[in-house]
Design a binder for this molecule. Structure first.
Ligand code: FMN
Length: 195
């Protein structure tokens, strides 16, 4: 079976490690278009249970200093190299997005949290597709900061807020190797089963 160029693109899309994402990142107009693509996702009853924060270089530096401070505070014996690693971590790529879950409480009796969360996963994936469609590359990460209430507060959220992910965006320094995929034979079956 062949397919058109969109099928080919979707078949081959791969994330690129955040540390392999360099300048240039998407400009403001391209980033807007990427986010517009991102938001074109199924969202049962128009709940809109997501918020997207664009974190440019200045914000990344502030966030990095905050990660470093937290990491040092919570890891007594942490070597300076690790503290520096976390200072640099949110700054490794040109653009960083923080995507958080903000369930629509007015509609939650009708659209359960599970469905609202699912659409946030779809949003992140559509952003990845949008990024790659414009010739850039990205990686979707959580890591400990996504689960740290102080990081959530620092970003201006309630400390209980769930993070869908941090998406790092830039230009890939090299094409990524292929990654072993879970095959359809491992997860797909016919129902009812052929007997
Ligand atoms: C919600 C979510 C969180 C993730 N967090 C991390 C993470 O913290 N660290 C990591 O190495 N990969 C993480 N990943 C995996 C990478 O985003 C990605 O799957 C991996 O780099 C391979 O990507 P690809 O299959 O798009 O090529 C996460 C994936 C998802 C869906």
């Amino acid at each position: 079976m062949t397919g058109n160029s969109i099928a080919e693109f979707l078949r081959n899309r791969r994330s690129v490690l955040a540390t392999n994402l360099v300048e240039p990142g998407p400009d403001a107009e391209t980033l807007d278009a990427i986010i517009e693509i991102g938001l074109r996702i199924p969202d049962h009853s128009r709940c809109g249970p997501w918020r997207i924060q664009i974190i440019g270089k200045e914000g990344q530096a502030k966030l990095g200093d905050f990660y470093a401070m937290l990491f040092a505070e919570e890891n007594d014996d942490a070597p300076e190299s690790q503290i520096e690693y976390w200072r640099q971590r949110p700054q490794v790529a040109p653009v960083l997005l923080a995507i958080t879950c903000h369930p629509n409480q007015q509609k939650i009796h009708k659209i359960p949290l599970w469905e609202q969360v699912l659409s946030g996963g779809a949003l992140c994936q559509n952003i990845l597709n949008g990024v790659h469609a414009f010739g850039f590359a990205a990686q979707w990460l959580t890591e400990w900061p996504a689960y740290h209430p102080e990081v959530l507060k620092f970003l201006g959220h309630d400390p209980e807020t769930e993070v869908y992910g941090f998406i790092f965006i830039g230009t890939a320094i090299e094409a990524p190797n292929e990654r072993k995929r879970i095959g359809a034979d491992e997860v797909v079956s016919q129902w009812p089963a052929n007997t």
